[in-house]
Ligand binder design. Structure first.
Ligand code: ZN
Length: 238
């Protein structure tokens, strides 16, 4: 087994370590989430630090250690400059990086997470956000949770598996999906969802990240979606 590898990565966060060192957190293309120490990273002349700014793709070389990894090389490949020019985009991109850093464990390797993060940054770089911060972040959240095995069930009733007919359907956070009026009777709580709410949930799960800013819905549908996703995330974080 090799002790050194090179891979494309997205910088998630950095933390000061002892003396002038820093520990960087990356989501990599081939090795999932990786923590690696950079020696003397705090020094102005640090050879590697300049390549590790957020919102871009960097090719990193990692020397694997028993207790910790060391970053041997870093070369910035692509920087999404347009994100830096817009405070809303910075906020969204920062949220995506932080969420992956917080809820994905080190060593969890899934190329879908890398692709989601990459396309999220690319979307922010190439498209206008126009006040859609909350909806962008909520969509990224639900897509990440789906990859991690917590995909909300929105096609059929999660209780009886029958198709959802227009009416008193409920999104049950606890059960992880939509339940019909009959099955909802026994539930303690839930959010009532109308056909348009269910339609938006289905579309979000089907569409690629690059297409999600084209989604149109009423303010109340977006608001309910944001609430459901926030509660869903909270439920799975605890
Ligand atoms: Zn049912």
């Amino acid at each position: 087994m090799s002790h050194y590898y090179q891979t494309n990565a997205i910088t998630l966060s950095r933390q000061d370590a002892r003396e002038n060192d820093r520990v960087f957190s990356f989501y990599t293309e081939g090795h999932g989430k990786v923590l690696a120490q950079v020696t003397s990273a705090k020094k102005i002349k640090s050879r590697l630090s300049g390549h590790l700014e957020p919102f871009g793709i960097v090719e990193i070389g990692v020397v694997k250690g028993i207790r910790k990894n060391r970053l041997a090389s870093a070369r910035a490949k692509n920087r999404y400059e347009n994100i830096f020019k817009n405070i809303e985009k910075i906020f969204c991109a920062g949220y995506c990086l932080r969420l992956v850093d917080e809820i994905v464990r080190e060593g969890v390797s899934d190329n879908k997470i890398y692709t989601l993060l990459h396309s999220g940054l690319k979307t922010l770089d190439t498209q206008e956000i126009n006040g859609s911060i909350k909806i962008f972040n909520a969509i990224f959240t639900v897509k990440l949770l789906a990859i991690l095995g917590y995909q909300p069930q929105v096609e059929n009733c999660i209780g009886c598996a029958k198709p959802l007919i227009d009416g008193n359907n409920i999104f049950s956070i606890k059960r992880g999906g939509v339940v019909c009026a009959q099955c909802a009777d026994a539930l303690d709580s839930g959010t009532r969802v109308c056909p348009n709410d269910i339609k938006l949930l289905r579309l979000v799960l089907r569409l690629e990240m690059i297409d999600i800013l084209k989604l149109r819905a009423s303010a109340s549908v977006f608001k309910k979606f944001n609430t459901i996703v926030a509660e869903f995330l909270k439920f799975h974080l605890h």
